[in-house]
Design a protein around this ligand. Structure first.
Ligand code: HEC
Ligand code: HEC
Ligand code: HEC
Ligand code: HEC
Ligand code: HEC
Length: 223
């Protein structure tokens, strides 16, 4: 290591402190970089076994989110569809597309290499285990997928648009009137909020009986 200290500053303890400090900082940085689950990073867009495009299926073909994520409004967990859902169409459509080979391997006993195993999609959004989250509670009270997942309908491959840190959850929990919309509009990604969103939002908060005061209690998310 080059001697970055002038000769006259023969202050060994200081040198040691500086070096130790920078090593510690480096270790801390590396640790926080590698220890941050990828699924917490905004922009995270992993390759998927099949390059499934929401832009084609939602924006162009007009499929509703619930056609595939069929539990999102009835359960805490939003499911990702099984191969059967794709097979409904793709046993007829785009049969020869090489992109769909993993689907054929999973669904089509006549396909060379058929193994019948489910497609292993790479998960993009994941809350830590100590956080409780519930999809249906949100979508049935006027909080759209779009507010949390961004314009998925336009994505050729899903990426993460929000950090989903605690501060982000709380930003909305403190003032849901900023984002709430009529429940009929939850799956409408062309929805435009009205100019007087805050006043309108306050009405909806009342109408849907959202208990805003309790939304910042630690115990609703950390049970
Ligand atoms: C034709 C079926 C289909 C439709 C319709 C569909 N999705 Fe998906 N969605 C999938 C599949 C398959 C995946 C897993 C692969 C991926 O992440 O792209 C997925 C993944 C996602 C993910 C990422 C999940 C994760 O790993 O965190 C989100 C968010 C999502 N969809 C939201 C939506 C929304 C919002 C709509 C409606 C606008 C919608 N999807 C409509 C099939 C569908
Ligand atoms: C309602 C019918 C329907 C369902 C359900 C459906 N698709 Fe499709 N998919 C289509 C159609 C139609 C196209 C062709 C669109 C075009 O060419 O513009 C397509 C195109 C694709 C392509 C592009 C193929 C290529 O070579 O460009 C892929 C990949 C794909 N779908 C995967 C899936 C997967 C995976 C699922 C299940 C999660 C699924 N699709 C569910 C109708 C469907
Ligand atoms: C209030 C914010 C919020 C809303 C609204 C929301 N999501 Fe999510 N979504 C999340 C969070 C947070 C996760 C991670 C949850 C977890 O790890 O349990 C997630 C995960 C997912 C996943 C991945 C589940 C898995 O097991 O792979 C899918 C798919 C999904 N959401 C689809 C949707 C769809 C479709 C809608 C609208 C109908 C929607 N979400 C509305 C916040 C939201
Ligand atoms: C865009 C607004 C918005 C965002 C973002 C949001 N929430 Fe909520 N959340 C709400 C509203 C509105 C309710 C009230 C629903 C009700 O009254 O049942 C709620 C309710 C809840 C509840 C109580 C539901 C139940 O089943 O008891 C939990 C837990 C919760 N949110 C967790 C989270 C977590 C964790 C995040 C971040 C990952 C998050 N929320 C992000 C708006 C939001
Ligand atoms: C609306 C849901 C929500 C509420 C309410 C909430 N938290 Fe969290 N909390 C989260 C989420 C989501 C994470 C993990 C994501 C992140 O911040 O990286 C988290 C992480 C944490 C962590 C881990 C350290 C960290 O910041 O990463 C602590 C400690 C914590 N919360 C304490 C609290 C306390 C104390 C309260 C009450 C004052 C509280 N939380 C209220 C959602 C919530």
């Amino acid at each position: 290591m080059a001697n970055i200290f002038p000769r006259w500053s023969n202050l060994l303890p200081l040198k040691i402190a500086v070096c130790a400090g920078s090593v510690a900082a480096g270790v801390a940085l590396a640790f926080s970089y590698y220890a941050t689950p990828k699924a917490l990073n905004v922009g995270y867009q992993p390759a998927q076994p099949i390059p499934f495009s929401h832009k084609i299926h939602v924006d162009q073909l007009g499929l509703d989110c619930r056609y595939c994520h069929s539990f999102v409004d009835v359960s805490g967990h939003s499911n990702v569809p099984t191969g059967n859902t794709c097979w409904n169409c793709h046993q007829h459509v785009q049969r020869d597309s090489p992109k769909l080979a993993p689907l054929h391997r999973s669904m089509d006993p006549n396909f060379p290499g058929y193994d019948g195993k489910p497609i292993e999609w790479v998960r993009i959004h994941k809350a830590p285990d100590y956080v409780y989250f519930n999809h249906s509670a949100h979508v049935n009270r006027g909080i759209s997928c779009q507010s949390c997942h961004g314009d998925v309908n336009k994505m050729p491959l899903v990426w993460r648009t929000n950090p989903m840190h605690m501060s982000w959850c709380l930003d909305c929990h403190r003032a849901p009137e900023k984002y709430i919309r009529p429940v009929e509009e939850i799956y409408n990604f062309d929805y435009k909020p009205p100019k007087d969103q805050i006043a309108f939002g306050k009405e909806l908060v009342k109408k849907y009986n959202v208990q805003v005061k309790q939304l910042t209690d630690c115990s609703i998310c950390h049970r």
